[in-house]
Design a binder for this molecule. Structure first.
Ligand code: HEM
Length: 413
């Protein structure tokens, strides 16, 4: 049977729950882009978009909605966010799943903390945290980059930014990791228990911290969020807790993925690694190329309140989820010649890994800064770093493309 006779992939075959897709998603995404760039994936009740130009159109369109409560009862957005079809829970979505006027209000508050000036002020402290983590395994011949570094750094950075006292970072980061289990549809009952416990503890902790920030305001993110609530009753305590939990997952798993998948790309392309080591000025471009190739968040969702006609004639029905495959668009040959090639000197690095339009990632500059510091310090301190195993395994989390483990030798053989 040749490729054209095989049915197009559908449902779980287009998610990380499917082993083949999890390991190697590009062949299926390329088939879709070539044969059905606006594809109705009936098994998961969603339109699946793979062309860069279509993604830009949808994500920039101001009439698009993100709140699953306004999508059709059986939509994929509801499934993904765990909302029952009848809407019978008191689910209050995080910022990414809010529409105006709420979205605008939440975004303008958080954006204050993510100004370029604030981000640059964190550079020294992020560099210090990076060195501190690496000091811990200076004597170790082999490490797992994912657990021992790539996950550690962003959790500690988010704790720092929120203004959590250093003595409580470890506990805070553990809650963050346990809460991230909410993204794993295959978690065990004991993991669910751990996740619920962490969510409760974090919620209480944030409540207490909010009290402190009111009496002794500091310059951290929690103070900004709390004072925004104070000044114009603009952020409720529940919204503050939801925002913290969201940042703890959106701002950590993604950066962990950039660091570990990016390192895997460098080490499995030794010429590119050498180029970067010989010319560190290439680092910012190398980070963009890593983001393009890996797309740490593989997709984002929207829906439309009215039927929509796409340029090439396809009609999208109102309320149905439109799944924008960021990973597929980043490999669209119409935007990137030889898209599967990892090239740190690529001229066009305008990837879509941070989304686009109203919900464009608020942490993009912070993520870039963390990536730049992580790779610079790692390669300076361990210039002979190498892979132990050239077949890494990916986790089965939907939406986030993350490596499960990346064993590395730190010193040359
Ligand atoms: C490599 C790292 C990261 C990647 C690839 C990434 C990717 C994304 C994507 C794809 C979106 C949705 C955009 C859309 O739907 O158009 C998003 C939204 C968001 N991200 Fe990130 N992100 C990263 C790091 C971070 C960090 C470090 C933070 C903060 C600590 C953060 C905070 C947010 C927030 C608050 C939103 C919601 C924005 C909104 O709805 O207005 N992200 N991110």
């Amino acid at each position: 049977m040749n490729d054209q006779d095989t049915p197009l992939p559908t449902g779980f075959e287009l998610t990380a729950l499917d082993e083949e897709f999890r390991t190697s998603p590009l062949p299926r995404l390329t088939r879709l882009r070539e044969n059905a760039p606006v594809y109705y994936d009936a098994s998961l009740n969603r339109y699946f978009l793979t062309k860069m130009s279509d993604l830009r159109t949808i994500l920039k369109d101001k009439t698009m909605l993100a709140d699953p409560r306004t999508s059709a009862p059986e939509s994929y957005s509801r499934l993904l966010t765990g909302m029952p079809a009848d809407g019978s829970n008191d689910y209050e979505p995080a910022i990414l799943f809010q529409d105006n006027p709420n979205h605008h209000r939440l975004r303008s508050i958080v954006a204050q903390a993510f100004s370029l000036r604030n981000i640059n002020a964190w550079e020294k402290r992020i560099t210090a945290i990076t060195h501190e983590i690496l000091d811990g395994f200076a004597q170790e011949p082999e490490i797992d980059l994912v657990a021992q570094f790539a996950e550690q750094l962003p959790f500690r950075v988010i704790a720092l930014i929120l203004g959590i006292p250093k003595s409580e970072h470890e506990q805070f980061c553990q809650w963050g990791k346990d809460i991230a289990l909410s993204l794993d549809p295959l978690r065990t009952p004991s993991q669910t228990k751990r996740m619920d416990h962490a969510a409760k503890k974090l919620s209480e902790y944030i409540g207490d911290m909010a009290q402190e920030c009111r009496s002794v305001p500091k310059g951290d993110l929690l103070t900004i969020l709390v004072n925004a609530e104070e000044e114009g009753a603009r952020l409720s305590i529940e919204e503050l807790k939801t925002m913290t939990k969201f940042l703890l997952t959106a701002g950590t798993l993604t950066v962990a993925s950039l660091i570990s998948s990016g390192m895997y790309l460098l080490l499995s392309n030794p010429k590119q690694l050498k180029k970067l080591q010989n010319n560190p000025a290439l680092m910012p471009n190398a980070i963009e190329e890593m983001l393009r190739c890996t797309a740490p968040a593989t997709e984002t969702q929207r829906h439309c309140p009215h039927d929509l006609q796409m340029e090439e004639g396809q009609k999208l029905e109102a309320g149905k989820t439109i799944c924008a495959s960021l990973l597929a668009a980043n490999h669209d040959p119409a935007s990137f010649p030889n898209p599967e090639q990892f090239d740190i000197e690529r001229e066009n690095t305008k990837h879509i890994s941070f989304g686009d339009g109203a919900h464009f990632c608020l942490g993009a500059q912070l993520a870039r800064l963390e990536g730049r510091i992580a790779f610079t310090v790692l390669l300076e301190r361990f210039p002979d770093i190498s892979l132990v195993d050239d077949q890494p395994t990916y986790s089965g989390l939907p939406v986030f493309r993350t490596l499960q483990k990346l064993p590395l030798k730190l010193q040359g053989a």
